[in-house]
Design a protein around this ligand. Structure first.
Ligand SMILES: [Mg+2]
Length: 292
């Protein structure tokens, strides 16, 4: 096909524009269309967070980055007998065998399939549904977690998991972790589930400190490192700041945008229902046009 000369194409465009302008000047101007409110999308608060966790390579890279940092810190920790990741660990702990303490959910295993089911069923956290999921023992390993715990095994460092899953899920969680290849003791002694009526990990960390020198803590929630954190957003920031010399050094944080104590800080237990919780969350948004 013959190519059209670019100049004749430009002239044709100018002629067409002239013709349109002439038509416009000879016909009355139509009023501009009224502004239409875009429809609000029916969606779920967890949608973006779960998709990010399941599909964004950035999630995987952040996890691998965290474990790479932990591996680097491990070398230093092993060489320094005074090194402990527990601020309260005192006494002759330098002579104790070394261990690294992990949280389980969203630190070494991925529960996003349970979170995705909440979206599918249009629910918020549902203990019975979570138990059903956990008993399947099908959670996948967080990227980089297995490699890091294998490194620990090679170095003679114990892998200890403190999970806030209840005792009733201890056996299923142990099976899940062992089948994935995490180097836990088959008798379950290095997986510590949450005892009934004990919401935090303080006493279990103290228990570990009696038998091990704790080299590192790894978790996805402030409560994996500090005392209980059912506190306001500002109180959480202050609490984190009091341990500024631990973060990224002896305490390594994994990403979890789906849930955590950060969310409870936005929606106190006094909120009467889901609608109230959602309203409180909207109030916490910082928008550049919001009046303050
Ligand atoms: Mg966790």
């Amino acid at each position: 096909m013959k190519k059209r000369d670019p100049w004749s194409r430009r002239l044709a465009c100018v002629a067409a524009a002239f013709l349109l302008a002439a038509c416009a000047s000879s016909t009355p101007q139509a009023p501009p269309p009224a502004a239409v409110e875009p429809p609000r999308h029916e969606t779920h608060e967890l949608l973006e967070a779960v998709l990010w966790t399941q599909t964004a390579v950035e999630h995987d890279l952040l996890c691998r980055q965290a474990f790479a940092l932990a591996a680097e810190r491990l070398e230093r920790a092993l060489k320094d007998p005074k090194w402990t990741a527990l601020p309260d660990q005192t006494g002759d702990y330098g002579k104790l065998p070394p261990a690294v303490v992990f949280d389980a959910d969203e630190t070494i295993i991925d529960n996003s399939e349970y979170e995705a089911e909440l979206i599918a069923e249009d629910k918020t956290h549902d203990s019975a549904l979570f138990e059903e999921w956990a008993r399947k023992a099908r959670a996948k390993a967080i990227p980089g977690a297995l490699e890091f715990t294998r490194l620990l095994k090679e170095k003679g460092v114990e892998t200890i998991v403190l999970t806030n899953r209840g005792e009733v899920l201890h056996a299923a969680t142990l099976r899940n972790l062992l089948e994935l290849g995490f180097p836990l003791r088959a008798d379950g002694s290095t997986l510590l589930a949450r005892p009934k009526d004990v919401p935090d990990k303080v006493s279990r960390r103290a228990l570990v400190a009696k038998s091990y020198r704790v080299l590192l803590l790894l978790g996805d929630d402030l409560g994996d490192f500090t005392a209980p954190v059912d506190a306001s957003v500002e109180e959480r920031r202050k609490l984190a700041a009091t341990h500024h010399d631990y973060w990224g050094w002896k305490w390594i944080v994994l990403p979890n945008p789906m849930y955590g104590s950060w969310e409870r800080a936005l929606t106190p237990s006094s909120a009467k229902d889901e609608g109230e919780r959602l309203r409180l969350k909207y109030e916490k948004l910082k928008s550049f046009r919001k009046e303050r």
